[in-house]
Design a protein around this ligand. Structure first.
Ligand SMILES: Cc1cc2nc3c(=O)[nH]c(=O)nc-3n(C[C@H](O)[C@H](O)[C@H](O)COP(=O)(O)OP(=O)(O)OC[C@H]3O[C@@H](n4cnc5c(N)ncnc54)[C@H](O)[C@@H]3O)c2cc1C
Length: 551
């Protein structure tokens, strides 16, 4: 070996190649705990597939070469096509064949949702744009299944969506091997308040409808159909709007522009106009919000899982770097202040992982009534808090890599740009917290389920007991209803209580106690950056060793 070929000292070996599942003790524990142990081998395989250098290269290529809109062909005819880099379809193929969009619906049962959540969590560490259509398709299934009898070809749509395959060809659903479904609600004049939608639908006379109007954000416009909201005479109604018509022609959906986004760049998000687009009503006319809510609840679950996964991805890169990089005569991971930062990040990821995986189990079909009630309040709370923490974790993990963390040679800059979007879409921070309050006020069984869940950990940690008692007193039927300005605090307290309760019941005591001491104890944490407020009594070394995993 010549001098030029000698590996340069003090640069970490490649991160790629470490099995993302087998090296993650918190996730593996959660998989076992949430009834998904039967999926161990599949997840280990998925963790290996994602960790391959080739998969990281695909993720990089798909984001460096974002989709391109082609509105017209060379003869000036409208084609409204989006061209993706081949890396996009390669990644979509990997995930779809693994069943990320359909597995728990195709083979329901105990642990099916948690197994799929773990799959999604692992994918989130490597590439996120592809997760948008996978999530929307996954989330559409309960709505399609409930209303398939109302839809022409309803059984066929469902069957195509439940197929573990990726078929990007623009063909009528009858000619496809598999189908993807998107979601169109947001318009220029209002996204959170969809009641302000202006798009309107008129009966076409044959049971179908014609939609005129627009959508301001219409992600993955290449999907085979979107569930969209539009005003009918009876009020806001949900429609299935196919991309291609049964005769093989394009539906009247014009793609005007693709958004130039901060992150999520591999994915196309379009502005569209409907010019009498053919659509079929899903659910009763006038009941659009109630109909699409089931889909929204599942996309919110994925936001929580995906943000937890992104945090784990960022942490794992940071741990890898700190385990191999020496500064001032010592490995970074052995520098006491760096150890404290890494331990604090690891605690955040432990909590987020436990919370997202516990929540996923509550979505299992058939879930018991208590789990359904718990999911009603825990989903918006977990979505809020997990998504709020992800940008902060991504930033701090980036800094662990020093200057290299700011450079596009690792996925950390991409994760950092990606992290805010889960908080913004599917119910932005304030809107999702107001939904927590709505659940508390209107669905007392949700608060009962929350209390029952927290009771399972009672006596395990004094900080948690105090935190839970204060929370439940504030939510009790006798207490005054919480005011809107308190909604963020309440959502955070619910999310951290649930995360802590899961850790207290199941994680090693050095993790659970440190999580409770740093996140729940009064005034312990407000405003501190990671590593800035951990008590010296916590076992940072053990927390970090567990997060780092073998090797
Ligand atoms: C990359 C990307 C892709 C997207 N893809 C899709 C898609 O495929 N389909 C789709 O339908 N939408 C999509 N969206 C849109 C997204 O869901 C909306 O942007 C979001 O719901 C917020 O709506 P808005 O932008 O109209 O903001 P607004 O509704 O105007 O809200 C602005 C801010 O005000 C806050 N706010 C609203 N109401 C209240 C209140 N009562 N009290 C206090 N604060 C309040 C919100 O939390 C938010 O922070 C996408 C967005 C992005 C960024």
């Amino acid at each position: 070996m010549t001098r030029m070929e000698t590996p340069f000292p003090n640069q970490p070996p490649p991160y790629e190649g470490r099995n993302l599942y087998l090296t993650d003790a918190a996730l593996r524990d959660a998989v076992a705990r949430e009834d998904a142990g039967h999926a161990e081998a599949t997840l280990a395989q998925w963790g290996a597939t994602l960790a391959r250098p080739e998969t990281y290269a695909l993720a990089d290529a798909a984001n460096r070469n974002p989709p391109v809109l082609r509105t017209h062909d060379r003869r000036g005819e409208r084609i409204d096509a989006v061209d993706f880099h081949p890396a996009w379809d390669a990644l979509m193929g990997l995930a779809a064949v693994a069943g990320e969009h359909c597995a728990p619906w195709a083979a329901p049962g105990p642990g099916a949702q948690a197994a799929r959540a773990a799959m999604y969590f692992l994918h989130a560490q490597v590439e996120n744009g592809t997760q948008c259509p996978l999530t929307m398709t996954y989330a559409s299934v309960p709505v399609l299944a409930r209303h398939r009898a109302d839809l022409p070809d309803g059984d066929r749509w469902l069957q195509r969506v439940l197929t573990a395959d990726h078929d990007p060809r623009p063909l009528p659903v009858s000619d496809k091997r598999a189908a993807l479904i998107g979601m169109g609600m947001t318009e220029r004049q209002g996204g959170s308040d969809v009641r302000a939608n202006l798009s309107h639908a008129d009966p076409a006379g044959d049971g179908a409808w014609r939609i005129h109007g627009h959508k301001w954000f219409f992600s993955a416009p290449q999907c085979d159909a979107h569930l969209v909201l539009a005003q009918a005479d009876a009020g806001l109604t949900c429609f299935l709007l196919p991309r291609m018509l049964p005769d093989g022609t394009r539906n009247a959906v014009r793609l005007n522009r693709l958004k130039d986004k901060l992150g999520n760049r591999s994915n196309a998000s379009a502005e569209v106009e409907f010019d009498g687009a053919l659509a079929y009503a899903v659910g009763a006319p006038g009941r659009g919000i109630a109909t699409i809510l089931e889909m929204v609840q599942h996309t919110r679950l994925d936001c929580a899982i995906g943000s937890a996964g992104m945090m784990r991805g960022a942490l794992a890169w940071a741990l890898h770097h700190a385990s191999h990089r020496v500064a001032f005569g010592r490995l970074l991971i052995e520098q006491p202040l760096m150890l404290s930062v890494l331990a604090d990040l690891a605690l955040e990821v432990e909590g987020a992982t436990a919370l997202a995986m516990r929540l996923a189990r509550a979505f299992d079909a058939p879930a018991d009534a208590a789990d359904r009630a718990l999911a009603r309040v825990a989903t918006p709370a977990a979505k809020y808090w997990t998504c709020k923490r992800a940008p902060a974790v991504a930033f701090e993990a980036m800094e662990v890599l020093g200057g290299g963390g700011y450079v596009e040679d690792t996925p950390l800059p991409r994760l950092y740009r990606e992290a805010p979007v889960n908080s913004i879409w599917e119910g932005s921070g304030n809107v999702i917290c107001l939904d927590v309050l709505r659940a508390v006020e209107r669905e007392p069984v949700a608060v009962d389920a929350l209390a029952a869940e927290l009771a399972l950990a009672r006596g395990g940690n004094a900080d948690l007991d105090r935190h839970a008692q204060t929370l439940l007193a504030a939510l009790s039927r006798d207490a005054p209803a919480p005011a809107p300005h308190e909604a963020r605090r309440i959502a955070q307290v619910i999310a951290t209580a649930l995360a802590a309760a899961t850790l207290v019941r199941a994680a090693p005591a050095f993790v659970a106690d440190a999580y409770c001491a740093s996140r729940l104890a009064p005034a312990s944490y407000a405003g501190a950056a990671f590593g800035g407020a951990l008590a010296s009594t916590i076992d940072a070394r053990a927390i970090v060793a567990r997060a780092r995993g073998p090797g």
